[in-house]
Design a protein around this ligand. Structure first.
Ligand code: PNS
Length: 156
């Protein structure tokens, strides 16, 4: 079965990479969909986020990356996806993720969301936190891959 892993990935973090790699043990294909979260202000463009993701999964042939602006369920219907993968870091993620899962289910009855719990060591990690640490001169080597850190350096 193929599955879709949607998110903003601005930029991708080690927590998200770990979720996709673990999910790829259970699904035949994982399509990472770089999408627009209307509540967020982006640092990288969708194309830049997508390129950073492609570089992160060079070694995993089951993982593909697309960018899409619009409703996730519209993409899923058009390309015949029924499974959505989401990572859960802490209990505070659950409220937000449950709301999205139920919205998607109400818009598309066949959509099922599969939650994978993040490793404890990444339970604090988010793209926003990465940017916060970066803009304040902190070390990022355990949070993001080297090519993402290079992209941040070039960007700002
Ligand atoms: O990484 P994020 O910001 O938590 O990802 C949220 C995202 C991009 C998956 C969500 O905002 C989304 O699905 N956006 C596309 C529009 C959509 O389908 N909205 C309805 C479901 S909430």
């Amino acid at each position: 079965m193929k599955a879709i892993y949607p998110g903003s990935f601005d930029p991708v973090t080690n927590e998200q990479i770990e979720i996709v790699n673990r999910a790829s043990d259970f699904f035949d294909e994982i399509l990472i969909a770089v999408m627009v979260n209307s509540k967020k202000k982006y640092l990288f463009s969708l194309e830049e986020c997508s390129w950073l993701l492609k570089m992160s999964f060079k070694g995993n042939p089951k993982v593909k990356v697309v960018t899409f602006e619009g409703l996730l369920v519209d993409y899923m219907k058009e390309h015949e996806y029924k499974a959505i993968i989401k990572g859960l870091r802490t209990v505070t993620d659950y409220g937000y993720e449950a709301q999205m899962a139920l919205t998607n289910k109400n818009l598309y009855r066949e959509a099922e969301t599969f939650f994978i719990h993040s490793e404890e060591k990444y339970s604090f990690l988010s793209s926003s936190m990465v940017k916060e640490v970066y803009f304040n001169g902190g070390r990022l080597s355990t949070f993001i891959p080297e090519h993402v850190e290079d992209a941040l350096l070039k960007k700002v």
